[in-house]
Write a protein that binds this ligand. Structure first.
Ligand SMILES: Cc1cc2nc3c(=O)[nH]c(=O)nc-3n(C[C@H](O)[C@H](O)[C@H](O)COP(=O)(O)O)c2cc1C
Length: 354
């Protein structure tokens, strides 16, 4: 009974010609969701992933370097490449380049990033202040993709509480040919904190023909299914809730299959950490040595540290690890420290008697 209720809640959806069997997406998070983490999420049952945001201007000017952001781990699919920019010509050129790679399943336009250096140039969330430009960009990207890839848009409900214009912006991008809309239910001013306006997301879903995928604040699989039932959205996109917890995607599959989600075992946490770091190092090795001051291994260890904080927060000796994370360490010593924390056991479980 429980299984049926959850199973029927999320249905396959179409983004233009692309069918997404299981519409539970990992959100793009710059600095966090490279191929090493995305691939783990896909293995745990995530339905589709998106690259970190990639500068359209950067792609055109220094193709090789910016291409690194689009680097994938093995056969990650379905995967979208996310581009940002506010010049329709540059966005079109970058879209043509990405479509020509033949490596991606869809192209996503970033129309929601609130970081000052992005939005002050009119890129990312800056586009929400100029709905005509947002639509023009989508039209240009759709034309450049020329049927090779569907084009989606990831945006927010508005710029600030007084300028919530999501009905206008989403009508514009739908008209311009977007195949789906990822909608983060917070205004740009709030960045990544505060309440998510699910009622407004439900209203946008009701008003649009194209699928609307809701985003913001999902912490458990139960949350995802509840919100889908309450709002009628076509899918969910999970950001920070998946960091240190790629098993959130397994939980969603479990619920849909009528199984009770289970906490990852300590062995599973260890394997995920080792595997993510190994993949991270391999991905860094593909870069030009001159791009990495510290070399592939140390750089990958640095990238791994904020993930470790999330993986290990619930363990007793986590505090000791957090204190030493400031030091530059190689993979062997990093994993030794991880082992010490894992061996201390979870705070929620009775201490082991040695
Ligand atoms: C560190 C960080 C980096 C992010 N980078 C991107 C990005 O590159 N592209 C994008 O569209 N959104 C980006 N976001 C926004 C997330 O995709 C997502 O919309 C937001 O975190 C809300 O979802 P959540 O509450 O599930 O985390 C980023 C968010 C964080 C916290």
């Amino acid at each position: 009974m429980m299984g049926r209720m959850f199973r029927d809640t999320l249905q396959p959806m179409a983004m233009g010609p692309l069918r997404i069997e299981w519409p539970v997406f990992l959100a793009p998070m710059a600095g966090y969701t490279d191929g090493s983490f995305r691939s783990l999420c896909l293995e745990q049952g995530c339905g589709a992933v998106v690259t970190e945001m990639t500068s359209s201007q950067g792609l055109i000017r220094s193709r090789r370097r910016t291409m690194r952001v689009l680097e994938r781990w093995g056969g990650e699919h379905p995967i979208g490449a996310q581009l940002y920019g506010s010049d329709p010509g540059a966005m079109a050129e970058a879209a043509d380049l990405v479509a020509g790679l033949g490596a991606f399943d869809f192209l996503d336009v970033n129309a929601g990033c609130p970081m000052p250096k992005i939005r002050n140039r009119g890129d990312g969330a800056g586009l929400m202040r100029n709905p005509a430009r947002m639509a023009e960009i989508v039209r240009a990207v759709v034309a450049a993709a020329d049927g090779r890839l569907p084009v989606t848009v990831k945006t927010r409900i508005g710029w600030c509480p007084d300028t919530v214009n999501v009905m206008e912006t989403t009508a514009g991008v739908e008209e311009a040919g977007a195949a789906a809309i990822f909608l983060h239910g917070r205004v740009a001013r709030l960045r990544h904190s505060g309440e998510v306006d699910w009622a407004l997301i439900a209203a946008v879903k009701a008003a649009r023909r194209v699928p609307v995928i809701g985003n913001g604040g999902f912490k458990s699989a139960e949350d995802m299914f509840r919100v889908v039932r309450e709002t009628g959205i076509d899918g969910v996109m999970v950001g920070r809730g998946a960091l240190g917890n790629p098993w959130l995607f397994r939980d969603a599959r479990d619920l849909a299959a009528g199984r009770q989600p289970s906490q990852p075992t300590v062995d599973e946490v260890r394997t995920a950490i080792h595997e993510q770091l190994r993949r991270g190092i391999e991905l860094m090795k593909r870069r030009e040595p001159k791009e990495l001051k510290l070399g592939a291994e140390l750089t990958a260890c640095l990238v791994m540290r904020p993930h470790l904080v999330r993986y290990l927060r619930g363990f007793r000796r986590f505090g000791e690890l957090a204190r030493t994370l400031e030091e530059r360490v190689d993979a062997t010593s990093l994993l030794e420290r991880v082992e010490g924390v894992l061996a201390s056991g979870r705070k929620s479980e009775a201490p082991r008697i040695a």
